[in-house]
Every structure is written in C-alpha cells, then in structure tokens.
Design a protein around this ligand. Structure first.
Ligand SMILES: Cc1ncc(COP(=O)(O)O)c(C=O)c1O
Length: 364
C-alpha cells in the first residue's frame, strides 16, 4: 500500500521523521542530565509511547486517567497523571492503577488533595503528588506567592507524599518566534527552580521540578535544578510549531491525507476532511486556514464543515482533479490523532504499518 492509496481522510505518520523527532528531544534533554517524561496526549498511541521509552524516556505523562489506564494495560509502568483527579470514583481508579504501577498525580487545590488523602486511607497506600504552579497561563496552578503555605498544608494530610512541583508554560506555543520561545523556556526553568529553592529553604524537600513543553523543554532543561521535562507535541510537530519556529516542514511527522471530492469552481475545491478530521483549531496567523499543504503551500484550507474541507485555489493554479490525494499538516496534531482509529505508518511513500490509537476518546 502506498500513502496515495489509503482510504481517506487518514492521518499518516512518517516513521523516520517520528524517530528523528524522538531522538532529537532526547539528546537535547539528556545533555543536561534532565529526564524526559513525554506527554502522550499528542498521540494516544501505546506503540509510540513504547518508542519514546525505548529511546530513553523515563516514563510518560498523561492528562486523563483513561489514557493512563490504557497505557498501563499496554505495559507502561511509570506514569504521571498531570491533571487534577476529582471525585471518589476517579480517586479509586487512580489508586487501583497505582497498585501495579508507579503513579504520581498533580493538583493545585487542597480540596482535591483531601480527596486523594481519603483515597490513601481507603486503599491503605500513599500517593506522590506534584503541585502545579501558575506560571501565567491562566489555567490550573497555585499562585507562586501561595506555594509554601500550600505545600505546608499538603504535607499535613495523611497518605500524601509531596514529590515536587510542575509548571506548564503554554504561552510558548503561541510565541511570535524562537527568540520569544527561548525566553519563555529559560524563564520557565528559572521560575520553577526559584520556587523549589524557596520550598526547600522552608525545610521541605522538593525533589521533582517538572517543566517544559515542546517549545520550552530544550531551554527549561538547560537551567540547573530542573529535573524533568514533559513535552508532547514534539513527536509530530504541526503548524503551530512551524509558526513559532520550533519545527520545520521536514520535521512534521504527521500529515492528513485527504481526497478531492468536488471541484465546484476554478478557485474552490472540496476535500473529504472537515472539522471531524482536523478540529476547528486555528493558528494565530489570520487567513492561513486549518492546515498547511507541504507540497502545495499556495493552497489554503479556508473553511471546514464537519466532513467538507473547503480549499481556496489561487488564480491560474494547476487544475486539481477529482480523486486526487492531498497531504496536509494539521494546525494542531494532538487533537487529530484522537479523531483517528489508527495512525498509518509510512516509510517514504510506502505504508508499513497501522498503529491503533488505543487511548482515542479516553478522556474520562
Ligand atoms: C501539563 C502539560 N504538560 C505538558 C504538555 C505538553 O506540551 P506540548 O504538547 O507543547 O509539548 C501539556 C500540553 O498541553 C500539558 O498540558
């Protein structure tokens, strides 16, 4: 089977690019003696997680328990659940997972911590906690000024072991250029180390300082005192990475192959992938559409309906025919894999495998 013959719309992963992306991040991080704990939300595919581990990752990060459960069922033992676990049912699932695996969980609220502490009592186990700090992304996180008080309260709870702290500098994805990315990464590293130092000065050990995303990890890892980075998107890269300068077109491992199904006018053609394939994620560049055509950059995927991708074709462009296959780098690769039953694996133009996205839909 060739890439051009797959049933579409279909995400195809170039295995050589994937392996190079995995190796590159591993090499960068390793030179600083920092651990790489990749976030698997990008691929939700155990076969890729195993490749990351084989290349040197220390374990994985998951957002959701469902992802963690599936990865554990596929033999992955060391998992950080980097998401607040709320409610008795989920807490019990977390402890069940921790019976046979090395599990840590992040949180930012004492109510959530109490729930975990009660779970510890029910299961007669201890749970290692990373406390998330708000770095400025306006998502989860204890405010830096409240951190020491928070940790002091946390360690009083029975069955809780404070293992360290975690940042996620999501603003770097939307950075204008590499200069801004670098600054965000270095600042993230300094920020987390500074807070860890303050916690330790207050007499509490803070062994894990987990930072980093795809853009910031190489820089955050260079700051002494950062112990772990959790990048996810780097395995595939996407249009966001092209826009902020973190990746080149050649470093984008995942593309979506679509078929031209209608050519209503000279300037408009329709492909069989819409928002149910690409999602509606935009880039920060206005007018650039919902993906990038690596072989035909003049085409713009201008609009998406659920199953229709509407492409603007420039005046005087070659005549695109019904049935042609077009390849598109999505704006955001992490949401695309979740919409696929399988990732098709290509070596050059040849399809050599089909990996099930086993954590697809496992957002509970
Ligand atoms: C908590 C956390 N850590 C790590 C990551 C990985 O970031 P990236 O996909 O940019 O590498 C994310 C991404 O959303 C995240 O939410």
């Amino acid at each position: 089977l060739l890439k051009n013959d797959v049933n579409t719309p279909q995400a195809v992963v170039n295995i050589d690019v994937l392996d190079l992306n995995i190796k590159r991040m591993n090499d960068v991080v390793k030179q600083y003696g920092v651990k790489l704990r990749p976030h698997i939300k990008t691929h939700r595919t155990p076969a890729i997680a195993h490749r990351q581990l084989a290349a040197g990752a220390c374990g994985i990060t998951a957002a959701k328990l469902g992802e963690a459960e599936m990865m554990a069922a596929c033999g992955i033992k060391d998992i950080l659940v980097a998401y607040p676990i709320v409610g008795v049912n989920k807490v019990d699932r977390l402890f069940n997972l921790a019976c046979d695996n090395k599990i840590r969980v992040s949180l930012d609220n004492i109510e959530v911590a109490r729930g975990i502490s009660e779970g510890s009592k029910r299961h007669d186990m201890e749970m290692e906690i990373l406390v998330e700090i708000e770095i400025g992304v306006n998502r989860c996180g204890v405010l830096p000024g409240n951190m020491i008080d928070f940790v002091k309260k946390l360690i009083k709870l029975p069955g809780i072991k404070f293992a360290g702290i975690m940042t996620y500098e999501g603003r770097a994805r939307g950075a204008e250029n590499m200069e801004e990315v670098k600054k965000r990464g270095l600042d993230e590293g300094k920020f987390i180390v500074d807070i860890a130092d303050k916690i330790e000065k207050s007499g509490i050990l803070c062994p894990i300082r987990s930072a980093g995303s795809t853009p910031t990890a190489p820089f955050a890892a260079s700051i002494q005192g950062v112990t772990e980075v959790r990048c996810g998107n780097y395995v595939f890269n996407d249009v966001v990475g092209l826009t902020n300068g973190v990746a080149s077109v050649e470093q984008c491992a995942l593309t979506v192959v679509c078929t031209v199904v209608s050519c209503p006018t000279e300037n408009r053609i329709i492909i069989d992938g819409g928002s149910k394939t690409f999602t509606s994620d935009m880039t920060r560049l206005p007018g650039k559409g919902f993906g990038f055509f690596p072989h035909e950059p003049e085409l713009i995927l201008e609009k998406l309906n659920e199953e229709h991708g509407i492409i603007r074709v420039p005046k005087g462009y070659r005549k695109i025919k019904i049935g042609e296959k077009l390849e598109i780098i999505p704006n955001h690769a992490c949401v695309v894999s979740n919409l696929m039953e399988h990732l098709y694996i290509a070596k050059g133009e040849k399809i050599i495998g089909k990996w099930p996205v086993l954590c697809r839909g496992k957002s509970r």
